[in-house]
Design a protein around this ligand. Sequence first.
Ligand code: PLP
Length: 409
Amino acid sequence: MVTRRKLLKDLSALPVVGGLMGTGILYACEMDKTTEKPVARNLFEELGVTPVINAGVTMTFLSGSLMLPEVLEAINSTAHDFANMHELQDRIGEKIAEMLHCEAAMVTSGAACAMVLGTAATITGTDEKKRRELPYLPGARPEVIMQKSHRYVFDQAITTTGAKIVEVDGPAEMQQAINDNTVMTLFFNAAGKSSISHEEFVAISKRNNVPSFIDAAADVPPVENLFKFQKIGFDLITFSGGKMIRGPQSAGLLFGRKDLIEAAKLNHSPHEAPIGRPMKVNKEEMFGMYAALKSYLEKDHDKEWQSWLDRIERIKAQVETVSSVKGETHISPGPANAFPSMHVRWDQDKIKVRPRDVYNELKSGTPSIVSNVRRDGEEEMLSVGVVLLRPDQVDIVAGRLKEILLKAM
Ligand SMILES: *Cc1c(COP(=O)(O)O)cnc(C)c1O
């Protein structure tokens, strides 16, 4: 029989071991030779990776979001058993669809993956031959219609399927552009300006029997946005899991019309060959995404909003003790990143540093704090985000900022 102690000892030789079944210990630790008790392990230190305080917004290069304890718990508590991935995706999808008042849903490896799968679904339907042939179908290339002003970096996820993007400006051009090769229309919700409204866009798509897709990846808060676009009539909708919903950064949501979600699943892992196979979602991300969404929908959003404003006041009170420094609450109008942050200005004749110098100093200091530099006309200012700080980091950010400004006087 393998005792728990023996198991831990053997496993301590391995670099990382996820989810030790039944031990109650979530990762393998080295044993203290004298006490024979596990020693907490610091993997950041072990690998020489700098932990970062995110005083900005959700950024993929900074690992997106911090998962909430209930999300980590969902991951840890399910890691010990196998599951049939088809069954898991189906059950979680049903539950998410129920929560979001739509026909069907699935967990993807982020919003960009949802865009690939959604487009693939509109091209292949349930046709197995087409699924195998993507992205090089015989014949004319499938076409996806977008407004010219909506073109953006992420639309490469559309052309990954072999589809080509057709740009239109205004409702009349949109109607005219639709032909037999049109498979989908794509609306970028956070585009600065639109020549076609959401409602008109959906109406034209429906009139021509073409599925409409909306990318709203970064567009919560407000929580209402998770329900808005299915009401307008979009057939497919995506949100990132790893932004303000605070699920795993490598997860996302695709939801909407049932036949399209089923076709999207056929184009995805765990099927062996299709275009979505390299965008695998594992069991842990699915459980984590489900737990994150549930907790996001159940949370008291007014209270959370107030706590963000309180954080700003707390940092402001500290930094404004430095002569000429002014902190100001800035609420981004959205649709992306629509939450408060703090703009900090000072008299650069008195405090002889530019916002970008302070940004650099915060970033290269210990602990490393990543903020943002914003521009308002000619003026540069420091933008300090509060929504991704852990509670214990609010005073750390305030203290470091004050210290850097004082030093430059
Ligand atoms: C972040 C983002 C994406 C990509 O989302 P991932 O979840 O990182 O794949 C796509 N579109 C928009 C508008 C985004 O903000």
